[in-house]
Design a protein around this ligand. Structure first.
Ligand code: ZN
Ligand code: ZN
Length: 386
């Protein structure tokens, strides 16, 4: 990491061949549809009377440009004239390749902004991610511009995936499935939770994952009562449920899957807990379809668990959107107001957690379709008794 880009901004104009309908090929799985995505964002900005949006969330920048670096921001104008991508000198070459279709300011500073805004009077900031101090600096810099909060515009677009994104998430799911099969074949009594987690993560990377999507959860026996348990040195024992929540990241996109296994047949109470989570998850999957209210998917899972007298023991929401982030829009929860649309990708992951006894959760990553859903995580769901 270097800190050498304090020189005055120099805006590089787009390459002739990188303009308009022939954007330069971005990194695999990233924003080949970036111009269309920016066009969709302009419509939202115009409807919200925001003349321009300064996009600073790096996932949003990637979605709108294809840029995969760790420092970059993007000005998108409602009228479609004067978009600028800015990054620092470390990324000048990468930006020239990945963002060839936009003017580029190579600088850490924001001094290119007044000229780029060119008299536009209202600038939106991604208020859910912009630090207060940065907002204050921009207000001081842009004295003739009203700086307003503008959260969630790009996230709303990201919720509905295009074909390339669906394929990328599918590849991440397939890698995770293949790795889980390796874990099932290799797992032995006496392994610790931590060892099982690392074995699964290594198998994902060996099969093409860029990284794990998140810290793998391996929760055995009583630890299963903690939905976000971090793997410990506890050894896996016969007859206990082991809840494993895992995902892969590939080409920037994520998978998310939870399965439960047991070394030898679990005792009756534990088996019943698993079967309840499994039935609730199927009820949730059955409720997923284009046009379904996200709260109704949650209710389908929750009602079944409540009917079994364990409603208080399902202590989290039913699922979340997934894509460039592991957790993104929409949310599937009792208090979520959204509606599922075709080509959204969400998880369905009810669980039951009983302190002292343990817990179980079953989770798939699914793509919403007109009639229902395509389940992208293919690992079999019945309790794996090893
Ligand atoms: Zn998960
Ligand atoms: Zn999840």
């Amino acid at each position: 990491m270097t800190m050498n880009d304090i020189d005055a901004p120099e805006i590089f104009q787009p390459d002739a061949e990188g303009n308009g309908d022939a954007p330069a090929r971005a990194a695999a799985g990233s924003a080949v549809n970036a111009p269309q995505r920016r066009a969709a964002l302009r419509e939202r900005l115009a409807a919200a009377a925001i003349a321009a949006l300064l996009v600073t969330d790096l996932r949003n920048v990637r979605y709108l440009t294809g840029f995969t670096g760790t420092a970059g921001r993007l000005l998108v104008t409602a009228d479609g004239h004067g978009d600028v991508f800015a990054t620092d000198g470390r990324y000048a070459t990468q930006a020239a390749e990945q963002v060839a279709d936009l003017p580029r300011a190579i600088t850490r500073a924001d001094d290119w902004l007044p000229d780029a805004l060119a008299g536009r009077d209202r600038l939106g900031l991604e208020s859910h991610v912009v630090p207060w101090a940065v907002a204050e600096q921009l207000r001081a810099l842009l004295t003739d511009v009203e700086v307003v909060p503008a959260a969630g515009h790009v996230e709303a677009l990201r919720a509905v995936k295009d074909a390339g994104e669906l394929a990328a998430i599918g590849r991440a799911c397939a890698v995770a499935d293949a790795a889980f099969a390796v874990l099932l074949a290799d797992l032995r009594p006496g392994w610790t939770e931590r060892h099982a987690a690392r074995h699964l993560e290594r198998a994902m990377e060996d099969r093409g994952a860029d990284a794990r999507a998140f810290e793998t959860i391996v929760a055995s026996g009583p630890n299963g009562a903690r939905p976000h348990h971090r793997p410990t040195d506890r050894r896996l024992r016969r007859g206990e449920l082991v809840t494993i929540d895992f995902g892969a990241r590939l080409d920037g996109y994520h998978s998310d899957c939870t399965r439960v296994l047991s070394l030898g047949e679990p005792d009756g109470d534990a088996r019943a807990l698993f079967e309840l989570a499994l039935a609730a998850q199927q009820a949730g999957l059955d409720a997923v379809a284009d046009g379904a209210a996200t709260a109704d998917v949650d209710a389908a899972c929750r009602d079944l668990i409540s009917a079994a007298g364990r409603g208080e023991e399902f202590t989290h929401g039913t699922g979340h959107g997934i894509g460039l982030d592991v957790h993104e829009d929409p949310r599937l929860a009792a208090d979520a107001a959204g509606t599922l649309r075709a080509a959204m990708v969400v998880t369905v992951e009810p669980g039951v957690y009983v302190p002292g006894l343990g817990g179980a959760r079953v989770e798939d990553t699914v793509a919403v379709t007109g009639a229902g859903s395509d389940i992208l995580t293919a690992t079999p769901k019945p309790l794996a008794v090893l």
